[in-house]
Each structure stands twice: as C-alpha cells, then as structure tokens.
Design a protein around this ligand. Structure first.
Ligand SMILES: CC(C)(COP(=O)(O)OP(=O)(O)OC[C@H]1O[C@@H](n2cnc3c(N)ncnc32)[C@H](O)[C@@H]1OP(=O)(O)O)[C@@H](O)C(=O)NCCC(=O)NCCS
Length: 193
C-alpha cells in the first residue's frame, strides 16, 4: 500500500513510445478490456500508433502516464491532441483515452493520480479542455475530478459516414465543468479515441 501511495508517475512521449513500453501498457489494456479481436499485439501496435502523425508543438504533444509496480504497469492514462470544432468554435483538447487501473489495484487513488497530469495541462492553459468518451459507471469518478457530461451530438466529418457516431462508449464528458462550453455539433475531425 505504502508503495502505491508513493508510486511515481512516469510520463511517456506517445510520439516515440518504445516497443517495451507499448507492450507493458498493452498487457494492462488486455487485462482491463479483454477482446478477442484485440490481443496484446494489436493493443501494442495501437499504442505505438497513438502519437504518430502528430506534428504540433511539443508542449501539446500526446503522452501516456503510467504507474508501475515491480516493472508491471498497474495504471495508465493517455491523451491525444485534437483541434475539434464545437458548434462554430475551434477548441484544442486533450482527448483522454485508455484510462485504466489494474482490477486488483482499484479504489486506491491510482486512477485519479494518472488522470490528474492531463487535467493539470488544462489548468495550465496548454489545452482549452479535456474531452472524452466514457461509460455510466465511471461518470462519478470523473465528476469528482470536476468534469461534467456534455450532450452535444458528435461526428467525425472525415469519416466514410460523416454523420456516424465516432466513439464506442455511450457518454461524453469535458473538463473543466465550470468553463463556458459551446452548443452545437462536435466535429472530432478524426476517429474516436
Ligand atoms: C475508472 C478507473 C480507472 C478508476 O481507477 P481507480 O484506480 O479505482 O481510481 P480511484 O481509486 O482514483 O477512484 C476510485 C473511484 O472510482 C469509482 N469508479 C470508477 N470506475 C468504476 C467502476 N467501473 N465501477 C465502480 N466504481 C468505479 C469508484 O466509485 C471509486 O470511488 P470510491 O473510492 O469512493 O469507491 C478504474 O475503475 C478502471 O480501470 N475501470 C475500468 C476501465 C474504465 O472504465 N476506464 C475508464 C474509461 S473512460
């Protein structure tokens, strides 16, 4: 327990994630979201692809945050960087993704610990908001961190079907709750994350 309380958060640059780190994160992802079509090799490749193609400033570069115990990743959060359109307003967001804690380590504050660095970047003004999909079970966790549900319709104008819902979880949230958020359709201008 003491080890976990003092656990160090490592920051990994998603643009140059090593094969070893991608694998270590992928091992946790398959444990948390076991899917036949996404064995560890697929998760590893997807982790390595997460930051590829990003060409913006270093300060906004996509990152992963991890906590390890005995070399094994027990908590992870990543963000992608997107300039999305919300109504008629462009907003640069940290798109939280792959937030998870090892099932045997939940309820110890690790989830909050690995999400906090992303929210800190918003507080520091590096991003306008954090914006992400989620499930009803996890909403209270994010509400406690001062995020709030959003109800804007979401599309990806670059998709084959530009009117289709680009996420897979049913809900979306933004952080912070207390800053004005535009009405209107959200265009992710890229695939769901
Ligand atoms: C969400 C998640 C990362 C939280 O991790 P954690 O290390 O347990 O987080 P914390 O210890 O900081 O906070 C725990 C709180 O989150 C809440 N919570 C979060 N997810 C929950 C879930 N799926 N079921 C029940 N409670 C959940 C609990 O109420 C808990 O509050 P409590 O301590 O008062 O009981 C973890 O539950 C998880 O990996 N879930 C599965 C993957 C997932 O759904 N990720 C989010 C994708 S948007």
């Amino acid at each position: 327990m003491a080890e976990i309380e003092t656990a160090e958060i490592e920051t990994l640059d998603a643009r140059q994630l090593s094969a070893q780190d991608a694998r270590a994160i992928a091992e946790l992802l398959v444990k948390v979201w076991p899917k036949l079509e996404k064995p560890v090799e697929v998760r590893e490749r997807q982790m390595r692809e997460l930051g590829q193609g990003y060409s913006g400033p270093d300060i906004q570069a996509p990152r992963s945050f991890v906590i390890r115990e005995n070399g094994i990743v027990i908590a992870h959060a990543a963000f992608v960087t997107r300039t999305i359109l919300v109504g008629s307003q462009e907003l640069t967001i940290a798109g939280l993704t792959r937030v998870c804690t090892d099932p045997s380590k939940r309820g110890m504050g690790l989830g909050e610990k690995i999400v906090r660095p992303v929210l800190d970047l918003v507080d520091q003004g590096v991003f306008d908001f954090s914006y992400f999909q989620t499930t009803p079970q996890v909403v209270p966790f994010y509400e406690r961190l001062a995020a709030v549900l959003t109800t804007n319709r979401v599309v990806n104008s670059l998709a084959v079907d530009p009117r289709a819902y680009p996420f897979w979880d049913e809900l979306q949230m933004r952080y912070p709750a207390d800053r004005p958020w535009p009405e209107g359709v959200i265009d992710l201008r890229g695939p769901g994350f």
